[in-house]
Design a protein around this ligand. Sequence first.
Ligand code: T4K
Length: 409
Amino acid sequence: MPSDDNAAPLGASAPHTSSLSSSPGSRPDTERGEEDVFVTRPLLPPLEDLLPYLEEAWRRGIVSNRGPLARRFEEALCAYLRGPKVSLVANGTLGLVLALRARAQGEEVITTPFTFVATGSAILEAGLRPVFVDVDRETYNIGAEVIEAAITPRTGAILPVHCFGRACDVIGIEAVARRHHVPLIYDAAHAFGVRFGEFSLLAYGDLSVVSFHATKVFNTFEGGAIVSHSEEDKERLDRLSNFGLGERTRALGLNAKLNEISCAMGLASLPHLDAALRGRARVAASYREALSGIPGVYLPPAPRCQTENHAYFPIEVQPPYPLSRDELLSALAARRLFARAYFHPLLPDLETFVDASGHAPPLVHARRVADRILCLPIAHDLSLEAIDRVVTVIREGALQHPPDSRSPA
Ligand code: T4K
C-alpha cells in the first residue's frame, strides 16, 4: 500500500501531492495564468500500475463478459468491504435499475428529492414511481420518520441516498423497512470508502449501489457495483446484468457488465484509495479552517458515527452573505473555479418527474438546501494555491455590500 508521506504539509506552498497522477485537462486562464479548477478530478493511479493488468487482458484477448480481471476485482472489493457480496455493473445508474428490478415489489419507491437525476431516472426505468419526501436539514438525507409516514400499500421499496457520502440514519431506516416488510436499497453512489461504526457504509440495507464514475472518490472510468448479502441475491443480480440469461423469474435483464479494462483500472487504483482519502481530508480541513466564521457561509457539521470520504465539499450560501449562491457560483467561474450547485433543481421540479411522481409532501428543507447549496472543488491532489483562490473569492464576496445597502448612484 503506497503511503502519501510525500504529501505537502498544510501551510506549505507546494501542492498536495502523492504518488497518484493528476488528471490532464487543466487549462491555464490566459489573463492571469491560473489553471482551471473543476469540482473534482479523477483518481488516476500511476500508469505503470495499470499496464500489467492491460498486458494480461491483451495477452488473453478477453476484454469483457466477466473475465478473470472482473473476478479478481470483485474479490478485491469484497476484501476491502470486509464481507458482503459484490456484483460489478457498468455504471451506478444501471446498478440502481437492476437492484430495483430484483427487489422492489409494489408500484412506488420512497426516495429523496435532493439527489442527482439518476436516482429518479432509475426508478422510472424500473417501471416504478418515485415518492419524494423531505430531507433532514443537517444531514441532507431522508430520515426514518418521514419515510415511515409515507409508507402505503403501494410502497415497493425505500431508496435513500447517502448524499455527499454522509450516512443516512441506517439503523432507524432499517427498523422501518423491517417493520413494514419493504425492501431497502441504498443509493450509495457517493459513499465508497466510508465506514459506519465498524462496517463499510455499503454493508447496510438489503442492497447498496455504488458508482465508480470518473467523478467519484474511486473510479473505473465508468462503473459501479451492487452490494448484497446472500449468494442468492448476488447470483440474481449477476444474471440480470447479463441480459437475464438463466433468470427464471419475471424481472427483465439488461446488459450492465463491467468490461475488463475498467476492472484493470479498479485493481490498479484500489491500493491508492486510502492515500487519496487522506488527501481529500487535508483539503477539507484547509477549507474548514479558512471558511469558518464568514457570516452567511454555512458549513454543515461533520457527520457522526462515520468516517468521511470527502467526496464533495458542500457549503450553504445564505443571508447575511451579500451574494446569492448563483452570484457566488459566477464569481468563482469568472476566476476559472468551477464549483457546482449539486443538487439544484430538486428532482420533483424537473419535467421528467412532474407527472411521474406520487403525492409529494411540502419539501421545506430540501427546497431551502437546494437554493443555497454549493459544492466547492475538492480532489485528493487539489493544490493549496487552488484552495487559496477559492477561499479568496468567497472572502472577497463577503466584503461586498448587499444591493439594498448600496448608496444611490
Ligand atoms: N446516484 C447519485 C446520487 C449520483 O450522484 C449518481 C451520479 C448516480 C446515482 C449515477 O451513477 P453513474 O451512473 O454516473 O455511475 C456527474 C457524474 O457524471 C455522475 O456520475 C454523478 N453522479 C454526478 C453527481 O456528477 P456531471 O454532469 O456533473 O459531471 P461532469 O462531466 O460535469 O464532471 C464534473 C467535473 O469533473 C468536470 O467539470 C471535470 C471533472 N471531470 C469529469 C470527468 C468525467 C474530470 O476531471 N475528468 C473526467 O473524466 O455528472
